[in-house]
Design a protein around this ligand. Sequence first.
Ligand code: NAP
Length: 268
Amino acid sequence: MKDKVVIITGGSSGIGKALAEEFGMNGSKILITGRNIIDLNEAVERLRKKGITVTGFQADVSREEDNRAMAAEAIRTYGRIDILINNAGITMRALFEEVELAVVKKVMDINFYGVLYATKFCLPEIIKNKGSVIGISSIAGYRGLPGRTGYSASKFALNGFLEVLRTEMLKKDVHVLTACPGFTTSNIRKRSLTKDGLLQGDSPRDENEMMTAAVCATHIYRATVKRKKIIILTAQGKLAVFLNKWFPVFMDKIVFNEMAKEPGSPLK
Ligand code: NAP
């Protein structure tokens, strides 16, 4: 990965920030994005202190033009793009019968359309360099989670998009990785949208019990080096994907009960 140019959308927090450190410490040149400029600048400063070559670029993945500008910025700064990590994402927590449709749309705009836009503008360079397109999906892209319609739908859509892209790129030597973390310590649940589109503000799960973002990033880094196609992370995540494949109806009850246990769960 030395001297490879890696774009990481949403690199100012959680898994994206850990990916920037992992690739950066292995000699890659990094461009990270995010909407909040203060968080972005802080992340850039922290990475630079570790000796990593990194640029921050303020961009919202759900805006087509921002993605065009992001790809142009990477080429202007580093002269090429080798790897795009589609990491930026948000979640929501509400029953579908109660949620405002604008909340579901916002999640889709970021988690799904954001990936489409970023990939569209980076792909010509990635094809030229026989590089990688990586999507940070989720176990929720294999097994729908109650109370997370928008999130699960966005990750199912993402998995479909990546599967097709992987197949289209078969003869072009472009590597496409669908990375599915399980529960990982980050800010995503604190920033989760409620049924009215407000910020949840607190995580309903014990963030200390989860895989750390650093360990998650190491798995994704190794999968990129080995040009793996799909990775499913955490023992719980692997079990959920396996059981859902063979016993989907039985899994409805298991998943309902697991998610209903969360403090403040909308499931009744
Ligand atoms: P996080 O700590 O909340 O970080 C999300 C990052 O994405 C932040 O840098 C955020 O910065 C950025 N972002 C959000 N919306 C954006 C937008 N519209 N444009 C550009 N950047 C945006 O969350 P995380 O858990 O690390 O999530 C990273 C990815 O992992 C997501 O795709 C998520 O679905 C996936 N994932 C997470 C878990 C988990 O348990 N943590 C499990 C499975 C999959 P700004 O807010 O400043 O824009």
